[in-house]
Design a protein around this ligand. Structure first.
Ligand code: SAH
Length: 240
C-alpha cells in the first residue's frame, strides 16, 4: 500500500513538472515544408532559404503568438486569421520575405504591420534591433505583451500608422512591409539607409499583387525586383 502510494505520488510529481510541449517537432516539419516549397513551387529566382533564417524560424514559438482559437493550426503552411481582419502570413512567405531582406546582426530593421508579432520575433533573432508599427491598437498591445513575455527585448512595438515610418529611429538598414500597398510610401524610402533593402507587397495595375524587393544603392539610386505574386491584407491609412 505504501509502495503504491509512493509510486502514485511520483507519477503525480512527474506530470506536474513535465515540461509544456514546445511543439519543436512540428516546427522541424514546418522548416522541411518551407525548404521543399522554396525548391519546387515558390519564387523562381530564390530556390533556397538561408540557414540563418530557417534556424530563427525553428526557435520562434509561433503557436504562442497567434490567438488561442488558431493555436492548434499554428504550424501548418497556411495563413491564419489573427483577429481585426488581419492574417499572419504562411510560414513560407515569412521565410521568403526574411531571406530577401538579408538581415545581418548589426542591422536596425523597421516592420510595418506587426500583426501577431511573429515576423518581428523572427527578425529579432537576426537583427540588432527591430522596430515594428501596428495600426490596430489592440493588436499592437497584444503583440507587445507577448513579445515581452517571450523575452524579445530587442523588438520594439508601437501603435500607429506605419505609412509615416518611425522617424525618431530612422534610418533603417532594412524595411519590411507586411500589408499590401499600391505604391511605396515615400517616408519609408526616405528612411531606408543607403545600401538598404526593403520588401513590400505592391499592387499592380491589373490588381495582382507582387512581392517586391527594393534596393537603395550607396548613392541613393532605387531599383525594384518583382519576386512572387502574393496576397496580403491592405495597408490602410489612419483616418481612412
Ligand atoms: N507581420 C504580421 C502579419 C501582418 S498582417 C505577423 O507576423 O503576424 C498585416 C498587418 O498590417 C495587420 O495587422 C494590419 O492591421 C496592419 N496594418 C495595415 N495598415 C497599416 C499601417 N498603415 N500601419 C501599420 N500597420 C498596418
Amino acid at each position: 500500500m505504501f509502495r503504491q502510494l509512493l509510486l502514485f505520488s511520483a507519477l503525480l510529481a512527474l506530470t506536474a513538472f513535465a515540461p509544456v510541449p514546445d511543439r519543436a517537432a512540428e516546427r522541424d516539419l514546418m522548416i522541411l515544408t518551407i525548404e521543399n516549397m522554396a525548391a519546387t513551387a515558390g519564387a523562381e529566382r530564390h530556390r533556397t532559404i538561408d540557414s540563418s533564417v530557417l534556424s530563427a524560424m525553428r526557435k520562434v514559438p509561433r503557436h504562442l503568438l497567434v490567438p488561442e482559437e488558431v493555436r492548434a493550426r499554428a504550424y501548418q503552411n497556411t495563413p491564419l486569421p489573427i483577429g481585426y481582419d488581419a492574417t499572419i502570413s504562411q510560414p513560407y512567405i515569412v521565410a521568403l520575405m526574411t531571406d530577401l531582406l538579408e538581415v545581418r546582426p548589426e542591422h536596425r530593421v523597421l516592420e510595418v504591420g506587426t500583426g501577431s508579432g511573429y515576423q518581428a520575433a523572427v527578425l529579432g533573432h537576426l537583427a540588432h534591433h527591430v522596430y515594428t508599427i501596428e495600426i490596430v491598437e489592440p493588436l499592437a498591445a497584444r503583440a507587445k505583451a507577448q513579445l515581452a513575455a517571450l523575452g524579445y527585448a530587442n523588438v520594439h512595438v508601437r501603435a500607429g500608422d506605419g505609412y509615416a515610418g518611425w522617424p525618431a529611429e530612422a534610418p533603417f538598414d532594412r524595411i519590411i512591409v507586411t500589408a499590401g500597398a499600391d505604391h511605396v510610401p515615400q517616408p519609408l524610402l526616405d528612411q531606408l539607409a543607403p545600401g538598404g533593402r526593403m520588401v513590400i507587397p505592391l499592387a499592380q495595375t491589373d490588381n495582382e499583387m507582387q512581392l517586391t524587393l527594393i534596393t537603395k544603392s550607396k548613392n541613393g539610386g532605387i531599383s525594384r525586383e518583382k519576386v512572387l505574386p502574393v496576397r496580403f491584407v491592405p495597408l490602410v491609412r489612419s483616418g481612412s
